[in-house]
Design a protein around this ligand. Structure first.
Ligand SMILES: Nc1ncnc2c1ncn2[C@@H]1O[C@H](COP(=O)(O)OP(=O)(O)OP(=O)(O)O)[C@@H](O)[C@H]1O
Length: 254
């Protein structure tokens, strides 16, 4: 289907204080299947809160969230945990287990969620994922503290890919990295996205130049609403003053 959505949010509202203040004020968003979508916006506008709703970590106060055609509100906690295997998540810090080797880190989700696999099969898949993200085998038996920041990101991505997720989520993947590492991670996101047809990638980013370079769709949030959702071209041609200001400022600072 041409415009099939991987994720649909319909009038999603979220209040943490019983309805006095709303952090999400009616989010409507259809993220196309197979797209690489960047979520941008000023600090505190609800990007992370929205992301946590997609993962089922927060429940909306009202509105519906569908992921791959499933309404998340219909899932019980066990089903939700299983459903999360559809997601691979790479956090700002790679969030690796410090006391496990690179290879063990990537094997971990497979041992947890693919219990039917034999250890040799788990190892083969983990090595395949590490190879896919360009990590050389000489690093596989090192601890995270013994490898560079870039290699840690690669390991985190290999782990996110371990279960062959339909949706990849990158939460501020390059915040705090130097320009060279930033470019490497951006290119890795793009090449990973292109490698598996149909995979949907969502990246929350403060790095506007990267968002415009690699994303095919962009959603700008402002005060808990979607101010604009479209292609990078739509953003450059928009008449919405706040979007123009944000984009011009953001691009100048990078
Ligand atoms: N668990 C929570 N309880 C109460 N308020 C929360 C909670 N999580 C987030 N918020 C509030 O929701 C608002 C939006 O936060 P969010 O982290 O989504 O912003 P953001 O757009 O991701 O910002 P940044 O770009 O700085 O990461 C903030 O005012 C924050 O304090």
């Amino acid at each position: 289907m041409a415009n099939e959505s991987a994720i649909s949010l319909r009038d999603v509202k979220k209040s943490f204080d019983g309805g006095h203040e709303f952090v999400l004020k009616g989010i409507n968003l259809e993220i196309p299947k197979g797209s690489l979508t960047a979520i941008i916006g000023f600090s505190g506008t609800g990007k992370s809160v929205m992301l946590k709703h997609l993962l089922g970590l927060f429940k909306p106060t009202s509105g519906t969230i569908e992921v791959l055609g499933t309404d998340l509100s219909t899932l019980n906690p066990d089903q939700l945990t299983k459903f999360r295997c559809n997601f691979g998540v790479l956090f700002q810090s790679a969030a690796l287990f410090d006391d496990m080797t690179v290879l063990e880190n990537v094997c971990f989700p497979l041992f947890e969620h693919r219990r039917e696999l034999k250890p040799a099969q788990v190892l083969r898949i983990a090595e395949e994922k590490l190879h896919q993200v360009g990590l050389e085998s000489k690093h596989y038996h090192k601890l995270p503290s013994q490898i560079s920041g870039g290699m840690q990101k690669r390991t985190g991505l290999a782990r996110a890919l371990a279960l062959d997720p339909e949706i990849l989520i990158y939460d501020e993947p390059t915040t705090g990295l130097d320009p060279i590492l930033t470019e490497m991670v951006d290119n890795l996101i793009l090449s990973t996205h292109k490698l598996k047809q149909g995979v949907t990638s969502i990246m929350v980013s403060h790095d506007l130049s990267a968002a415009f370079r690699i994303a095919d769709h962009i959603a700008m949030l402002d005060s808990g609403r979607v101010l604009l959702f479209g292609t990078p071209e739509d953003f450059f041609n928009t008449d919405i003053e706040l979007v123009k200001k944000f984009v011009n400022k953001g691009m100048k600072h990078q």
